[in-house]
Write a protein of this length. Structure first.
Length: 260
């Protein structure tokens, strides 16, 4: 497996900024994100309905760019985790992680023996169809795959310490919309209960040497999250960024036309 620059940067204590993709399943979306400076792109399977064939195309086209392609799978199931890795994902995000046992299933499904139980298939998309030392390939894959566990329920928050303690989990990612829902304060991100939850996740990450991650929908929000201790940030998603930029441009043009 090729080196994962995002994982290397995070392990060195740095900050990595990327984006998410939900809507534009095009051959150019990954390369567009890379040219914009995004260090990673997380392609979503949880809410989009994208199939493994769509993900296969997105991985193939994004791997040609200078960015790290990752996939959010719909659930903690081996066939989702292993298959997106086999078609070229360099990391996975898993929603609704609520226990150490679930975190261990994620790690084991994504790593080859002796540390995991991922089935071996080589000369495929994930190793660029290349020949080579299979033992070295497995070792490299285990080292470079990035595993993101989402903390977005009350149960996950309650057990966040034990989830962070699982070997192989690299990032604890707050799913802020779901977490606020499950805490009974939907969308109230300035609520004391939500703020305490954020502080708890960040503190647990520091204690266990893991990275705190989150989605930021604005530059100001991203700056706030960086100050709170988050080091893995997704700036917006394809559909929202497109809509925001288009709305801004159209409104300015129309406003200008009214003054002429």
């Amino acid at each position: 497996m090729r080196p994962n620059s995002v994982k290397q940067k995070l392990q060195a204590g740095g900050v990595s900024v990327g984006t998410m993709a939900f809507e534009f399943a095009s051959t150019g979306i990954g390369r567009l994100a890379a040219n914009a400076g995004a260090e990673f792109v997380i392609f979503d399977m949880e809410h989009t309905g994208w199939t493994i064939e769509t993900i296969r195309m997105l991985m193939a086209t994004t791997r040609s760019a200078d960015t790290v392609p990752m996939v959010r799978v719909p659930a903690t199931q081996y066939h989702f985790l292993a298959r997106v890795l086999d078609v070229g994902a360099m990391g996975v995000m898993v929603p609704m992680v609520e226990s150490a046992d679930q975190a261990r299933v994620i790690a084991e499904s994504c790593k080859y023996p002796p540390v995991g139980r991922r089935g071996a298939g080589f000369g495929l998309a994930h190793d660029d169809y290349a020949f080579g030392d299979l033992i070295a390939k497995m070792r490299s894959c285990n080292e470079h795959v990035l595993l993101i566990a989402q903390i977005e329920t009350a149960a996950g928050l309650e057990r966040v310490d034990e989830i962070a303690a699982v070997d192989g989990i690299d990032v604890l990612w707050i799913g802020q919309f779901d977490l606020s829902n499950f805490l009974g304060i939907p969308g109230q991100f300035s609520h004391d209960t939500f703020s305490r939850a954020v502080d708890r996740v960040v503190a647990v990450c520091r204690r266990h040497g893991k990275t705190a991650g989150i989605l930021a929908l604005s530059v100001d929000e991203a700056k706030t999250r960086l100050a709170q201790g988050f080091r893995c940030l997704a700036y917006g998603g394809d559909l929202w960024l497109y809509q925001q930029a288009l709305e801004q441009g159209v409104s300015q043009i129309l406003a200008s036309s009214r003054h002429e």
